[in-house]
Design a protein around this ligand. Sequence first.
Ligand code: SAH
Ligand code: SF4
Length: 395
Amino acid sequence: MSGEMTDLSAADRTRILAKSALFDPPAATAADGRRDLVGLDRAELAAEIDAIGEPSFRVKQLWHWIYHQGVTDFAAMSSIARPLQGRLADHFVIGRPQAAIVQTSTDETRKWLFRFRDGQEAETVYIPDPAEDRGAVCVSSQVGCTLSCRFCHTGTQTLVRNLGAAEIVGQFMAARDAYGEWPSPKGETPRLLSTIVLMGMGEPLYNYANVAKAMKIVMDNEGIGLSRRRITLSTSGVVPMMDRVGAELGVNLAVSLHAVRDDLRDELVPLNRKYPIADLLAACRRYPGSSNARRITFEYIMLQGINDSAADARELVRLIAGMPAKVNLIPFNPWPGSHYQPTGKAALDRFAAIVNAAGFAAPIRTPRGQDILAACGQLRTDTSMGSKPPRAVLS
Ligand code: SAH
Ligand code: SF4
């Protein structure tokens, strides 16, 4: 990579981070002024503890109670003496987003509409794996999205704000509360809610600071302790930030490709106009740690008559040739007002067979929770306000 290119992407990164900060959430403080301890990193927690005159070993204790035991009440912290429990409760809370609506699908998928302190809302979905006794929690990173992918329900909602680290970790913790999944396991005993996919509402790489902080908290071994292999971050292709994810988090990467030609991808995923397919794939090729054990996942939504031909499949395998990758074929999930049709079974199977024959796994993602609008791309929290103008105006 040339020096000039490195400088350019560094400048781009700085610009993206500065712009993202404009959408940061309000401080994580309860209505009565008490600070929420969830979402603080260890250094910030240490500063809070120091500010009330307590020694630093309390940080380890609190971390254990909050993220390993999952308690929300200081009175349950049995290794901490009563008077200090009271003092902690005078200054702090251990918060959770409030579940405004909970729906469970006929296939056991569960969706929460979480409400945060300022009244903003986002959705979280738990998708149990029918073949195993565990499943994935699909977490949102923003309320709305600045991007307007044409097939995505969230993309019709304007970006209201980023979710804070407390709110991102909080979605997972509240989901675990609902299934009685505390304490976090030590060693290899898994919990039902053992995987996180950052595939809910929003573009996680346009909220990198909060997402990264939240993921570092869930990966901390003395707390929730999820391995980076159990976390998948999905991006529509914010190229400069993909390098940062690789260097700092090392989680699994999923890339929403959806088209193999720039003219079509420009239309389906408008961010492509800024970061075209060649740049996106170059970033995938440099993603660290991609080995056969840690393949990049290309997400490819199947839209009837749009991107699902045999020629598209052949071009796809040409583009990703030589990369440790798999292709997740996602049947289009309709939502109220959507214009596309899902690809039929024969064309889906034909596409998968071509990708498979080239040596790439190409599972067809079974839609989950469609009856409660919980499937990929169906999430949207605000049906009355904050809509973007009709697409025709945008394009
Ligand atoms: N903003 C990120 C992560 C959230 S979207 C991204 O775009 O990758 C998670 C996945 O759902 C993406 O692959 C997205 O393209 C896909 N998706 C969006 N709308 C969909 C729909 N209507 N049907 C099926 N998948 C959809
Ligand atoms: Fe945003 Fe992802 Fe939906 Fe595109 S697919 S509008 S990036 S949430």
